[in-house]
Design a protein around this ligand. Sequence first.
Ligand code: URA
Length: 227
Amino acid sequence: MASAEERREELVALFKEVQACTRCPLHETRTKAVFGAGDADAELMFVGEAPGAEEDRQGLPFVGRAGRLLNQLLEEIGMSREDVFIANVLKSRPPGNRDPQPLEIEACRPYLFDQVRLIEPKVVCTLGNFATKLLSGNPTGITRVRGTPQVHELGGRTVFLLPLFHPAAALRTPSVKETLRADFGLISELLAGPAPGAAPTAEDEEEVEEPPDPEPQPTDEQLGFFG
Ligand code: URA
């Protein structure tokens, strides 16, 4: 097991690698790569989609309107940005805020899995469809999976994955905002509860086979009868 200091050093090296990354064409149009920010030892991580215009300018995640809503929701559960680590599926802004493309997601995904491995969170909240589908490995849309914690192995670590609506969607639709606010209540419960390692992972559950029907065992009465 790497010490906290070793993990932090590796995270700093990863940060530098992302700043210089040219794995996909988005490096040609970005202003700054957005690695992610927050507590390198956080129990709680958020994963959004990709940097927007303001994030691209500042090199920091969730610093626009969606970020302000994220801050407010965190405050409502007694937490702040300093307590958590915030990252994105893509580290570079797609031009015009278009959807991330499959090749961009593939190029960037090792960075995200390394971040989870090095930060060692207990809970990873995926914000919106892109982060949820990538980290759960399941194509089911966010509307169906939000608000139900899953257990997954990510970056060699068993974590709770909690899919949530994206704050940008919540800004557009008041009912989505209320659902997102209600789902935030689950975060505190997961953080306070037992470790996710105690529960079977989604991968385990897929592998579990129905046990065969047991052989009928003789009862005491039957033994008496035959004995
Ligand atoms: N939306 C995201 O998904 N990520 C950000 O960093 C900002 C807005």
